[in-house]
Design a binder for this molecule. Sequence first.
Ligand SMILES: *Cc1c(COP(=O)(O)O)cnc(C)c1O
Length: 414
Amino acid sequence: MTDTTRQPPAHAPMTGFTVDGNELVVGGLPLSRLAARVGRTPFYAYDRGLLDARIAELRAALPPAVKLHYAMKANPMAALVAHIAQRVDGIDVASGGELKVALDAGADPHEISFAGPGKSEAELRQAVAAGIMVNVESFREVPVLAAASQALGLPARVSVRVNPDFELKSSGMKMGGGPKPFGVDAEEVPRLLAAIGAAGLAFEGFHLFAGSQNLRAEAIVEAQRKSFELALRLAEHAPAPVAFLNLGGGFGIPYFPGERRLDLAPIGAHLAALVDEAASHLPQAQIVLELGRYLVGEAGVYVCRVLDRKVSRGHTFLVTDGGLHHHLSASGNFGQVIRKNYPVAIGTRMDAADTESVTVVGPLCTPLDLLAERMALPAAAPGDLVVVFQSGAYGASASPQAFLGHPAVTEVLV
Ligand SMILES: *Cc1c(COP(=O)(O)O)cnc(C)c1O
């Protein structure tokens, strides 16, 4: 029987997953049964119920007028994108390959936008043919889009991605402010808007993305306020009314001990005020948030199997069949400055106490291949399943799967 009220013990404090006896439950199935169903380890599993709960939580916290987009670079698995596309208001893609997945998933082309600092001519042409919106990030894109528009006899729908004149404070990865390859510097935007108007492109709005993985609501509120005010100033130079105002996202999730969950309430309250201000100053504008990690990160686990248990000079290593080739982020090599452990559990010993300090490694011949370093865990043996939580974003697609020639990872939506 599944006990839906019991949460995983202290070594996995950050998740919405439940436990049935010894086993973690993912997508309604005890983990060893899910592993048998998948047929092999390692695998990623994304829990539909948790995805839906996260979207519902956001919808409840944000004003109904705010549109929710999924930035699919966080997790481009086709089935997951299709699931989410039916539940959000739009998809943000960052390549022609992602555009294909979004269109295959049935997303409405009118609600797809395309950002990225190096869009090829072929990608820009694909975008015009698909009828999606391009977030222009360079003067170079303007004549390319105009030519594609003319050749295809279709409008080139564009927003301007602005590199703001401020930074997102306390964000894990800064993507705006100062010199950046992303977007066009705010002070250059009036000139870009004139070029867009002169080239006859269909201007529809602004896109501002200040950074990623932020856990401080005040910092996000401040960035949204400044983004809004900057967009208001720039709108005076626009060749057409602003229809979309994409204020970015940057909502973070807790990974490490001591990190506090993002408080949505102040963000929702502030956005309600912005919606009111937009109604009088930019009456045609829809406010859009684009979230990647926050939508999917906590709904996913990475599961691998213990192959060996080795003691080296008094320290115990659990050697698993999974590692950095599938999960670069958990190994600490995707944007972490100082390596910290992701939350990890032995998914087949959930009701056992943490009785030893172990290091969980993968099969690769490199000391970087760490899943958990000196972590308190229950005693595990070959055959047990190791679970890495907070693995729904920047996992499989952000990892060097060919490194060392092990099999690629399987992904399931359950
Ligand atoms: C990466 C990216 C996102 C998603 O960031 P998260 O931190 O995963 O929410 C959103 N918008 C743009 C433009 C991005 O490049």
